[in-house]
Design a protein around this ligand. Structure first.
Ligand SMILES: O=C(O)CCC(=O)C(=O)O
Ligand SMILES: [Fe+2]
Length: 294
């Protein structure tokens, strides 16, 4: 496999962005590309686990590049990489396992059910699956079928940079380790509470982990019967945002058609820049959420 650095970028990312040019002779590529299930799954998994070891101790993000960009292929590759990593998780109460991320014309956190994946707007650094109870999805994947010409680049920040900044604010850390109410985006059973109470900072699989999406937390605390955010909680969210959005921590890159990104969802906060579709080529990503079963 050949590691390449990709496009010129506004930040110096060369040291922490791992883009792997997948070669058709690699076991992993063979498994992802195979039209049937005959490829050697065990060898592909061993190759991926080796890559993920470096990802988990380093940047938190792996981008496989050079795959065919067709939607049908992307869906199959997404399901297969999820199966290599563990088990694909449902992403809403309908049980969708491969979710289309595209502009459905809604705002972020609009109404009862709209999500980031339904809009074209940017910012809002977050982790995925915050609307569901813990454990959080350990990984999520994005396969790029079509990228937007205008905007749509990926931004990400590692929890180790955030925690290093917050180390001087133990009061903030204490508040972030206590429960907040996250809006469930309508995924709860009929009649069940519309929020899930859980901390922003916690430990999962023996690692420091973060679950964050400020808008969903703010919506959660607006529901009748749920306590309003306290001044200490608001101050803690402001402190966290300051750490997350510090220019020096934010990395940025743009996925290209035919790239499959695997994110460590316990360590990385991510977002994108606002994008604008053209009618002939609307942006389309495919997303899975994954539980690590190793
Ligand atoms: O559109 C993107 O690049 C990322 C989408 C995303 O973060 C999400 O759907 O949760
Ligand atoms: Fe996301």
């Amino acid at each position: 496999m050949v590691s390449s650095l990709g496009d010129a970028r506004p930040y110096d990312l060369a040291s922490n962005f791992l883009r792997i040019d997948i070669s058709p002779t690699d076991q992993l590529a063979r498994f992802l590309l195979a039209p049937d299930e005959n490829a050697d799954e065990a060898a592909a998994r061993a190759e991926l686990i080796e890559l993920m070891r470096n990802v988990l101790s380093g940047p938190g993000l792996l981008v496989l590049t050079g795959l065919p960009a067709a939607r049908s292929y992307g869906e199959r590759a997404s399901r297969r990489i999820a199966a290599l990593l563990g088990e694909a998780l449902p992403q809403n109460r309908e049980g969708v396992l491969v979710r289309e991320v595209r502009d459905r014309g809604t705002g972020i956190a609009e109404g009862m059910r709209a999500r980031y994946s339904d809009s074209r707007f940017g910012g809002h650094m977050h982790t995925d699956g915050v609307e569901a109870p813990l454990p959080a999805p350990d990984y999520f994947t994005l396969f790029c079928v079509r990228q937007s010409e205008m905007g749509g680049s990926l931004r990400f920040v590692h929890i180790r940079d955030v925690l290093a900044t917050l180390a001087d604010w133990p009061d903030v850390l204490d508040v972030l380790r206590a429960p907040f109410h996250f809006d469930r985006r309508g995924d709860q059973e009929t009649g069940a509470r519309p929020t899930i109470a859980k901390p922003i900072l916690f430990t999962q699989r023996g690692r420091p982990a973060i679950a964050y999406f400020r808008s969903y937390i703010e919506r959660g605390h607006e529901h009748p019967g749920i306590p309003r955010l306290t001044p200490a909680q608001i101050a803690a969210l402001d402190g966290l945002d300051e750490a997350v959005y510090s220019a020096g921590h934010v990395c940025e890159d743009k996925l290209r058609a035919g790239e499959l990104a695997v994110f460590d969802n316990l360590s990385l906060l991510h977002g994108r820049s606002e994008f604008r579709d053209t009618p002939q080529c609307p942006r389309l990503l495919l997303r899975t959420w994954v539980r690590d079963c190793t």
